[in-house]
Ligand binder design. Structure first.
Ligand SMILES: NC(=O)C1=CN([C@@H]2O[C@H](COP(=O)(O)OP(=O)(O)OC[C@H]3O[C@@H](n4cnc5c(N)ncnc54)[C@H](OP(=O)(O)O)[C@@H]3O)[C@@H](O)[C@H]2O)C=CC1
Ligand SMILES: O=C(O)CCC(=O)C(=O)O
Length: 493
């Protein structure tokens, strides 16, 4: 009988190296269910240095053949994988909710999003593949062609266990690279599911290698001399360390990192819409999105009315087991995440923040046993507090009031991050002003701070991003490099 995430022992985790599924040879580890921490979701063993060496060697061997495979044949593999992922959406969405803690509906939605990304990237085969320029010399044309980067190391975070890997691995493969992937150790099962789908769709051995591992495994991958580039998403501290290490060796790096994303609600906004969207931005995925709303700036004139309704709706969110269809917000991913978020709330309250919703830890029962934190809204006495400046990565929103739009935009820009922002206004002039004023990678006007389509660039400004952007056509800037060809043939005309 096939093991399931609910049968106690967990699903057996394997690594994929050179087309073979094998047990890890390092320390044993498990992933557990954050709603019910005693329940094991996946069980296996970490990959060590030897497996990193084997995976990189396999990816290097597979590279010339895969790079020369016609783009349309590479795309066909992604299309087949997309169909398999889509077919498994219900089952894997359930597993995702059990392993990571976002709600089941969000889990299913994320799996479907991965399928959509695989299809978008397959479409790259039909898009223009280079450029041609005229030449100042007779009998010559200048072509700009694209080549794969090579063997790419992919390091992914826990919070989007299948969508983020899909939007790194699919363009890597589509552009002819081979991959060694180290997913977050908290969510190895969903990583295995995606790798299975791609492998069974017909990838040749060694084109995609999966290593379950921890930070040390990631570090070995980053430092491996056989790696041609690293694409990373995760915390700013780890991302900067990886970028420094890659820079020292001249290896290209793409790092998408933390966020402290503001929602600005101006006095002329549709307040019902704004409440709804800020709730989604702040509390979906339990606030564990790099694009989550964690700062709220409300214009004075409507602050009282808006905050009363926002607090009321926050308090009425149904918090519970992530796989229960009635749940609107699940747990945080781990005990240490819960401890960090509770500490952040306690520190803020100690420094004068006023709780408008949530804040106190659950006193007992299932919510105290799981890694649950109540959705929390804190009105802040100043913007000096850490809860305003540092990423907490949980369901916590700090609120300040602004005199006018100008002050609101200045407050939104005040900070080291620049991933996403939302502005709520019915005034087109104000909306356009926000486009000019706000220094962010993603700006939503009248929608929540989170959310990203696969066909447009994704990534942050300031401390949130380093290197070329992800997704859409932007992704080829990282996954390929150009060769400029001065092409003369025959006799000059
Ligand atoms: N800007 C963006 O697009 C996004 C940013 N994020 C950010 O990610 C963070 C949350 O994800 P989280 O998984 O906790 O992030 P981490 O930075 O802790 O981990 C990300 C990945 O890096 C690995 N890792 C840890 N240490 C090292 C190291 N020294 N060398 C190489 N790899 C290492 C982790 O392994 P292990 O899990 O085993 O520790 C994991 O696979 C938040 O800061 C969030 O804002 C998340 C999603 C999108
Ligand atoms: O906003 C989204 O939907 C995805 C963003 C993301 O990668 C994240 O929040 O971790």
């Amino acid at each position: 009988m096939t093991a399931t995430v609910d049968d106690g022992a967990g699903v057996q985790l394997k690594n994929l190296v050179d087309g073979r599924w094998q047990d890890g040879r390092g320390e044993e580890f498990t992933s557990t269910n954050p709603s019910r921490p005693d329940s094991v979701v996946g069980a296996g063993a970490l990959a060590g240095q030897a497996e990193v060496d084997e995976a990189v060697a396999a990816a290097a061997r597979a590279l010339p053949g895969w790079a020369r495979t016609p783009h349309h044949e590479r795309a066909a593999v992604l299309v087949r994988a997309a169909a398999a992922v889509e077919q498994s959406a219900e089952a894997w969405g359930y597993e995702l909710a059990a392993e990571e803690g976002k709600t089941r509906a969000e889990g299913v939605g994320e799996v479907l999003r991965a399928a959509q990304i695989l299809r978008y990237c397959a479409g790259e085969a039909d898009r223009e593949a280079g450029e041609m320029y005229s030449s100042p010399r007779r009998g010559e044309r200048v072509l700009v062609t694209r080549r794969p980067l090579g063997v790419v190391g992919v390091i992914t975070p826990f919070n989007f266990p299948i969508a983020i890997p899909a939007w790194k691995i699919a363009p890597a493969l589509s552009h002819g690279n081979t991959v060694v992937w180290k997913p977050a150790s908290l969510v190895p099962l969903l990583a295995m599911r995606l790798a299975q789908a791609l492998q069974e769709a017909g990838l040749p051995p060694g084109v995609l290698n999966l290593l379950a591992g921890d930070g040390a495994t990631g570090s070995r991958l980053v430092d491996h001399p056989g790696i041609s580039g690293i694409t990373f998403t995760g915390s700013t501290g780890v991302g900067r360390a990886i970028a420094a290490s890659c820079a020292a060796r001249g290896v290209p790096v793409q790092a998408e990192m933390g966020g402290k994303n503001p929602a600005v609600v101006l006095a002329d906004a549709d307040l019902g819409l704004a409440v709804e969207q800020v709730l989604l931005g702040a509390f979906r995925s339990t606030g564990q999105k790099c694009t989550a709303t964690s700062r709220l700036i409300v214009e004075d004139g409507i602050a009282g009315e808006f905050l009363a309704e926002f607090a009321r709706r926050t308090q009425s969110l149904v918090v519970g087991d992530a796989v229960d269809p009635a749940t609107q917000m699940g747990p945080l991913v781990s005990a240490s995440a819960r401890a960090t978020v509770h500490q952040g709330i306690e520190d803020a309250v100690g420094q004068g923040a006023t709780p408008l919703a949530g804040a106190s830890p659950y006193p007992g029962g299932d919510l105290a046993a799981g890694y649950f934190v109540p959705p929390t809204v804190l009105e802040l006495p100043s913007t000096d507090l850490a809860v305003w400046r540092e990423e907490l990565f949980g369901p916590v929103v700090g609120v300040v009031r602004a005199r006018d739009a100008q002050e609101a935009f200045a407050l939104a820009n005040d900070g080291e991050y620049g991933l996403s922002a939302a502005v709520f206004t019915n005034d087109l002039g104000r909306a356009l002003e926000s486009v000019v004023e706000l220094d962010v990678g993603i700006l939503h006007v009248n929608s929540e701070t989170a959310g990203a389509d696969p066909h447009v660039p994704f990534g942050g400004a300031k401390g949130s991003g380093y290197g070329p952007k992800e997704q859409g056509r932007a992704s080829r800037e990282f996954f390929t490099h150009t060769t400029t060809v001065y092409l003369r043939g025959g006799r000059p005309a």
